[in-house]
Design a protein. Structure first.
Length: 81
């Protein structure tokens, strides 16, 4: 249900929310902030963010994309715009 793209996005949200450090202005980790709001705070920050995207050859885009963009490329586009 949801397909690989949705599972990938949920993994990224989970990683950013649970494994990331507190965003500027959100040092108190006891505050209840939605995952989307936390990601918005991270994206609005001037601090660089490291996104870790793991997977196999399909995630990497080595063969199965037939020249199309890989998951990390789609993700970078969405974060940028």
């Amino acid at each position: 249900m949801g397909g690989p793209s949705l599972r990938f996005f949920c993994f990224i949200c989970f990683s950013a929310f649970f494994l990331g450090q507190a965003a500027p202005g959100q040092e108190d980790s006891t505050k209840k902030t939605s995952e989307v709001e936390r990601i918005k705070i991270l994206l609005q920050s001037e601090e660089p963010i490291t996104w870790v995207i793991t997977g196999d050859s399909i995630t990497h885009g080595a063969l199965h994309t037939h020249g199309a963009r890989s998951y990390p490329e789609h993700f970078a586009e969405r974060v940028r715009w």
